[in-house]
Design a protein around this ligand. Structure first.
Ligand code: PGA
Length: 248
């Protein structure tokens, strides 16, 4: 059985005050039967981890460098994130692929660097609107998976997030059948590549997940949770999404 996972990606948002939300999330789910992850900006990781201590809420980062230490001004390594209290790190988010030219090979190296220090990597994949309109969504996503998944990926080290780029921050969501089709294909590819371990890797959907559409998305088979951007910034929005996931 895969545990469900509700992951919040704050992106470049949030202040020290925003962290109060962690206690609200923890209180509203004292016997959480699904994992709750909050990924604030790097500057807030240490205080976020302190607040989450002793609660079911876990803390994640939004990217990492592939090297352990060195002359990489402005970057943060996976071991530094772990030392700051993170248990997870998002890699290959489409915003970073677009803004910094991050490639599948780099994303795989980041995921490997994370695994090496005991951080779970949330590897993001997803097609553009053009690719979807041209019938290329599945081939694009399968190529990304093949090239960014570490050889030794397991259910502990790896989570996959399917995030159609055109659905991120737009309020647009694919048809439920389209999400189901992608997740079924990803599961098939994971099992083909990793054997039974491919069944242990959680598949998240991301892109305009809101309290109003969460239940429909979580009802799909092979959707094990969500990577939530905008709606993870307040407990008022994130709590009902977590509740929908637990009820699914
Ligand atoms: P969104 O972002 O929920 O605001 O669409 C999702 C993401 O980018 O992870």
């Amino acid at each position: 059985m895969r545990r469900k996972l509700a992951a919040g990606n704050w992106k470049m948002n949030g202040t020290p005050q925003s962290l109060e939300m962690i206690e609200v999330l923890a209180q509203s789910s004292p016997d959480a039967d699904c994992d709750i992850l909050v990924c604030p900006p790097a500057t807030l990781l240490v205080s976020a981890a302190a607040r989450a201590k002793g609660t079911p809420v876990m803390i994640g980062a939004q990217t990492c460098h592939t090297a352990e230490t060195g002359a990489h001004t402005g970057d943060v390594s996976a071991s530094m994130l772990r030392d700051a209290g993170a248990s997870h790190v998002i890699v290959g988010h489409s915003e970073r692929r677009a803004a910094y030219g991050e490639t599948d090979a780099l994303v795989r190296a980041q995921a490997e660097a994370a695994a090496q220090v005991g951080l779970a990597a949330i590897i993001c994949l997803g097609e553009t609107l053009d690719e979807r309109d041209n019938g290329q969504a599945l081939p694009v996503i399968r190529r990304q998976l093949a090239a960014s998944l570490p050889q030794a990926a397991t259910g502990t080290t790896t989570v996959i997030a399917y995030e159609p780029i055109w659905a991120i921050g737009t309020g647009k969501v694919p048809q439920m059948e389209e999400i189901a089709e992608v997740h079924t294909q990803l599961r098939t590819d994971l099992v083909e590549k990793l054997g039974p371990e491919g069944n242990a890797i959680r598949l998240l959907y991301g892109g305009s997940v809101k309290p109003g559409n969460a239940a429909d998305i979580f009802a799909l088979s092979d959707v094990d949770g969500a990577l939530v951007g905008g709606a993870s910034l307040t407990a008022a929005d994130f709590s009902p999404i977590i509740a929908a996931l637990r009820a699914s």
